[in-house]
Design a protein around this ligand. Sequence first.
Ligand code: GLN
Length: 295
Amino acid sequence: MAARPDRGDVATYIPELARVDPKHFGIAVIDAEGNAHVGGDGDMPFSIQSISKVFTLTLALGKAGDRLWRRVGREPSGSPFNSIVQLENERGIPRNPFINAGAIAITDLILSGHQPREVLGEILRFMQFLADDPTIIIDEAVAASEQRTGYRNNALANYMKAFGVLDNPVEYTLGVYFHHCAIAMSCRQLAMAGRFLAQYGRNPTTGHRVVQPERARRINALMLMCGHYDGSGEFAYRVGLPGKSGVGGGILAIAPGKASIAVWSPGLDASGNSHLGRIALEILTRRMGWSIFGA
Ligand code: GLN
């Protein structure tokens, strides 16, 4: 890792992500009227990585409803995103849907009864529908890169499998997981996709409900408590919005009723969250008075 104390370090454990130029910075804000405010590299696609977990959770809740909570908890973990330690004490049940173990369990739930290819198509179409943009794709090079080197995720999945928490073959579940993490989107596309969370479950393009308002509120609650792993407290303290980070350097943040915001800067802090992305959100929410905790 190159030392860049000002920006943080790009993720290197996925070799393909290590090649990304850390100098990129993008931002997109979609306000309640549907206006898009885009700056910097806000139209450049990047690897959304764990931000995809917000959308797989949404799909899984649509399929399984509250049954989902039998295999994943709803508590902040206070541990790194790829931690295995809590799984042993909790009988293979991950703390929440946003740490890797939880997201793998969610992917497994969506996969049941389907072929991996079908499910991936469904996830991708869901993203395209929400962003109102059919050009969004999966970056196969990133997926392959993670598949080759995903030793920790293999360990997590096998460990959960041993407890009977996963129903499908581990390689199928991980194949889908790596591919949905490898979806490439720009800040503009991501902020568009997050609108339903800022608009009480509604997709403003079509006027249709994506989820009930109560479900949007609950997904936001999970993002606030768990969306930045062991950095979630710091993010709530500094930014005060539900947010979900990815090791590609993106963050999706939701100001309920006000805006859907995406930022991207590839350099990460010690918890694997975008360093400058968080600072940008902190400045934005302070200036706009958007923190859910008041000015
Ligand atoms: N695909 C990445 C992994 O599983 C996602 C992690 C992240 O974005 N925090 O390690």
